[in-house]
Structures are given as C-alpha cells and as structure tokens.
Design a binder for this molecule. Structure first.
Ligand SMILES: CC(C)(COP(=O)([O-])OP(=O)([O-])OC[C@H]1O[C@@H](n2cnc3c(N)ncnc32)[C@H](O)[C@@H]1OP(=O)([O-])[O-])[C@@H](O)C(=O)NCCC(=O)NCCSC(=O)C[C@@](C)(O)CC(=O)[O-]
Length: 469
C-alpha cells in the first residue's frame, strides 16, 4: 500500500490518475497545481489552469496512439458534437495523456477526465433528452459493504487493525456509508467476532455513516453499547435461506425484527420522522462503561432482504414473495430496504419484474440494490435498477464478499467498477476512485489475492505502466 501511495503521489501520476478517474462533471481535484501539456507543434509544455471551465478532452489519432485536444462543449455546437462518438473508444495510456496534450489557444481549459464518453452521456448531462438514460439519478449513494459482507466469508481471520484501517481508507475516499461489521453470533460468523473493537476504534471517525448488522435484540444491544449509531437487520425472501442463515423462518424473523424495533423504542425518547418519513430518529439513553449516561441518536434502520431473485436451495423466488417481505419490513418504520441478489443469479430479465413488484408496495426512494457478481451480471442489473429510479447501490471494495450460508455466493459487485460506470454516466458519487484503488490494493494484498474489480485491475495496470516512464 505504501508503495502504491507513493506511486500515486508522484506528481506525474497524480495527473495521470486524475485524468483517468475523475468524474465527468468534476474538475481535477488537485487544485493546487497545474497540468503540463505540449502544444500541437510539439513546442515546450505549457501550464494549464485547473480552474478553467472546460468540459472534456478530445482525442485525435496520432501515429497509432492518441493525442488530446481540449474543447469547450459550451461553445462547440451547443455541446453536441456528432463526431464525439468516433474517438471515444480510442484509449490512450496515462502517459499519452500527460505527454501529448494539445492546447486549444482560444479557450481556457483543463485536462478534465480520461473517460470514454459518448453522445448519450452528453445528452444526459446537458439536455436530459436521452430516453434510455433519462431516469438515471444525478447522484447515487454508494453503500460500501466490504468490511462486513466482504470480509465475513474469509476463512483466515483478518486482524482487527487491518479491518479498522480498511474502514478508515474507505471513509476517506468519500463513500457516504461504510457498513463496518456485524453483531451476529461469533459461532456463526467467527470472522466478525471483533465487532465491538472495530466499532470502538472508529467512534470518532467523521465523514461517513457506519451501520452494523444485527440479527436480534442481543446483537442490537451489543451494537449500541459499542457505539453504533445505525443498524441493519436482514430478512430473507426464501424460507430455506432464512433457516440456514439465521436459524428461523421468515415469519419468526419478522417477529424478531419487530422485537429489535421495540427494544430500540423502549430505550428511546419519542420517535421522530422527517418530512418524508424516510428516517427514523430514535434517541437512545444508554449507560456507558463508566456509568455516565450518554445520548445516542439512532438515525437509521436499514433492512436487507436476501435471495430476491434466487435461492441456493429453492431456486427462483417469486417477485410477489419479495414484495411481501419488503412491505412487512417497511411497515416496521423503515428507512431503507436493500434488495439482495445474494447468490448473484439475477439478470435484468429477472431483476426488472422483481423491482416492479416491490416498487408497487414500497416507495422507490426507500429502495437500494445489492448485487453479487457470480455470473457477471451485477453492473447490468445496477444499470437497469438506476433506469427504474433507484439511487442507492451496495458494493464491496475489490469485489470482496460472499455469504457463508449461501452456497455459490461469490463476491459483491466491486465498488471500483460501480464508481467507474457511474463516472462514465456522469452520475455523481463524491467518491475519489484513486483513494478506492489504494484501499482495494491494501485489502487485496492483505488477503494475498488479486482484486475482483476489473476497473481497478485495468487502472492499476495503466498506472504501473505510467510509473515506468
Ligand atoms: C441469528 C443467530 C444468532 C441465531 O442463532 P441461534 O443459534 O439460533 O441462536 P441462539 O439464540 O440459540 O444463540 C446461540 C448462541 O449465540 C449467541 N448469540 C445469539 N445472538 C447473538 C448475537 N447477536 N451476538 C452474539 N452472540 C449471539 C447466544 O448467546 C448463544 O450463545 P451460547 O449460549 O451458545 O454461548 C445466528 O443464526 C446468527 O448469528 N446468524 C448470522 C448469520 C450471518 O451473519 N450471515 C451473514 C449475513 S446475511 C448476508 O450476508 C446477506 C446480506 C445481508 O449481505 C444480503 C445479501 O447478500 O443478499
């Protein structure tokens, strides 16, 4: 990790990486410096301002490679350039980006992004006219589940300080929510037996929310005592999976979760909902170790439903069954319901009817999607979910993940892949993909396996290539 950080901090690579990764609508983050470019005639590099209002770079063929021409979309053909699509697939390396920059003398500009843009993206951002992309939200909240869902399946126990470091790195990347751990039975999930210590270590961490998984009142109370301010409960749309995962039927789990909600209520002052009833605020008075009373605000209760498309035992799950469980959980006073394709068997063909059934009974703004990538369908499923109006997506750094009680479940969709796709769509996430790369590299190296993220793997290769130049 140190090595990667050093490499990423080399000025030339920071420039290259910024250009590789920054989202469509944002400028390069390193505002303190400027970018070197060379003119079309190969003259001396000149300094380029970061503050200029230039929307994209244009690549033109140059001896089998590419070079970059800054253009101003606001001036050029009203932002619609019919030829834009013809050079978008011409990927230049990071070094190409820094060495073959061509400056348009008329307009101030910045080297804004190395993205593979398209007229559709332009239309989305500029005109919102593209029917396919019209419903995609401008901002998507990414819920990072790596430290919990990602690590829970690991056989070798990951040291607590590695988990804490990972959480800190993920929070520092701008992710708004990082699911930190689980307060489940250590007999069932030994990997997360250190939940208390993890939570205590991140008490003062700012900038993100750190929900934890709680399967029952015992877990809920332990989570609150350890300082959790947000909890997630998890039911299943499949009877068999409910039994194998939490040792009870769906109905019993719903009773159990009502008990959790009640326990929260008993400890609480009045429950307050915001204008749209999206949040439950529960003020909890708890005695801490030194018997001093302290106030905690439980801002959110987040719910998962597993096996929303298929179950390892039962096979296909009916959309109506998912809708039933979603409605029940919603009626407990829900903030968010995450629909989990636990074993990653869904395709848009099965995800669409499932979402249609759930959207009929639960407001869409309360829904999140949680895809595992077992069959490589996760990004397609996310895209279709966004097109249907969902704006919260769960993902896991480096594609870590799997459920110990769901045979065949592989890793979650990788956070780096989701951010890369959303950047390409012009959707804001506020996540710095460079920092994600460092976090993914850190945990992959610790687990001694390559990252499960295709985007991270490709970007790292490009960076490695650039670092040799
Ligand atoms: C729910 C139970 C506890 C029932 O397990 P059980 O054996 O039926 O419960 P029990 O009440 O008989 O308790 C057994 C022992 O566990 C203890 N215990 C009981 N509860 C707790 C607790 N909260 N924290 C710590 N200890 C606990 C309890 O005190 C007792 O200890 P003993 O007396 O034997 O020493 C168990 O089945 C369990 O922990 N299951 C969790 C399994 C799990 O974490 N699965 C992975 C998460 S779900 C998932 O990954 C899917 C998701 C969410 O990501 C979405 C998707 O991908 O689709």
């Amino acid at each position: 990790m140190m090595l990667l950080s050093k490499v990423l901090n080399k000025p030339s690579l920071r420039r290259a990486c910024s250009s590789l990764c920054s989202p469509f609508t944002s400028n390069i983050k390193d505002q303190g410096s400027s970018i070197k470019g060379v003119s079309m005639d190969g003259a001396e590099p000149r300094r380029l301002s970061h503050s200029a209002n230039v929307s994209r770079v244009q690549q033109i063929p140059l001896g089998g490679s590419s070079k970059i021409l800054g253009t101003d979309m606001s001036r050029e053909n009203g932002g619609k350039n019919a030829s834009w699509g013809q050079y978008i697939s011409r990927a230049s390396t990071a070094s190409d980006m820094t060495q073959r920059v061509v400056v348009s003398p008329e307009v101030p500009w910045v080297l804004q992004a190395r993205r593979y843009s398209s007229p559709c993206e332009e239309m989305l951002v500029k005109n919102h006219q593209n029917k396919l992309l019209q419903r995609i939200p401008e901002y998507v909240k990414i819920v990072e589940v790596g430290p919990r869902d990602g690590l829970q399946n690991e056989k070798d126990i990951v040291p607590t300080d590695v988990k804490i470091q990972l959480i800190k790195m993920l929070a520092a990347s701008g992710l708004p929510v990082v699911e930190a751990t689980s307060f489940v039975s250590p007999k069932w999930v030994p990997q997360l037996a250190d939940a208390k210590f993890v939570m205590e270590a991140i008490q003062d961490l700012q900038g993100a929310k750190f929900p934890v998984l709680t399967p029952n009142v015992k877990g809920f109370e332990a989570a609150i005592a350890a300082g959790a301010k947000e909890v997630a409960i998890f039911a299943s749309a499949s009877e068999s999976f409910s039994k194998s995962n939490i040792n009870c039927s769906i109905q019993e789990s719903l009773v159990r979760y009502r008990e959790v909600a009640l326990a929260a209520g008993k400890l609480s002052l009045p429950v307050r909902g915001c204008a749209h009833f999206l949040f439950i605020y529960i003020a909890v008075v708890l005695a801490n170790k030194t018997n001093h009373l302290k106030w905690l605000i439980l801002e959110n209760m987040h719910r998962y439903i597993s096996c929303v498309v298929g179950c390892p035992v039962e096979g296909a799950i009916a959309p109506s069954q998912v809708a039933y469980v979603a409605k029940e959980l919603c009626s407990m006073g829900c903030y968010e319901i995450s629909l989990g394709d636990t074993i990653g068997v869904g395709t848009p063909g099965t995800v669409i009817p499932m979402l249609e059934a759930v959207i009929k009974v639960v407001p869409i703004e309360k829904l999140a999607v949680h895809f595992h990538d077992t069959y490589g369908q996760a990004l397609a499923n996310i895209l279709i979910s966004l097109q249907m109006g969902i704006s919260t997506v769960d993902s896991s750094i480096a594609g870590l993940g799997g459920c110990p009680y769901a045979k065949g479940a592989s890793g979650n969709v990788a956070t780096e892949d989701v951010v890369y796709m959303l950047n390409g769509l012009g959707v804001k996430t506020n996540v710095d993909i460079q920092k994600l790369l460092v976090a993914g590299d850190f945990i992959s190296k610790h687990l001694r396996r390559p990252s499960g993220s295709k985007a991270a793997t490709a970007l790292m290769k490009t960076l490695a290539h650039a670092s040799k130049l």
